[in-house]
Write a protein of this length. Structure first.
Length: 138
């Protein structure tokens, strides 16, 4: 075996190995996200949704359904989030705390150069209105 053949053989194994590591790390990353040690925007910046979808299709073709489940969880939790549920029970103290935090975040975002992230401000404002309009009898 000459050096070029060895390099190509090693490269192929490295690609397969890296794919396996990538799949295994998705579970760890999702756990970190749920514990709050990594942010959604960080994950979205590092892992494009299209690459996860193609990885999901690949795993489906070779019938690795356990891995498909993990990849699907990541896509659902990171890229397609569920809207804030205001029907859950909430004390007045919790409501006031959330209002205070949302107001503070909106204000700090608006004070940034260029007015901050307009999409974030809009989403936070909608959530703020939901919380302000929440009543205990709902």
């Amino acid at each position: 075996m000459n050096p070029e053949e060895f390099y190509n053989l090693n490269k192929l194994n490295n690609q397969q190995y890296m794919k396996e590591i990538r799949i295994r790390s998705l579970s760890w990353m999702l756990d970190c996200y749920e514990r709050g040690t990594i942010r959604r925007n960080t994950i979205k910046g590092l892992i494009p949704e299209a690459s996860l979808v193609s990885l999901l299709q690949e795993m489906e073709e070779i019938e690795r359904y356990e891995d498909c489940a993990i990849i699907k969880q990541v896509i659902d939790k990171i890229y397609y989030t569920v809207e804030f549920n205001t029907k859950e029970p909430m004390s007045k103290e919790k409501q006031q705390e959330i209002i205070k935090n949302l107001t503070s975040t909106i204000k700090s975002e608006e004070e940034k150069d260029g007015g901050g992230n307009k999409e974030l401000i809009l989403n936070l404002t909608k959530k703020l209105e939901q919380i302000k309009n929440w009543k205990e009898d709902e």
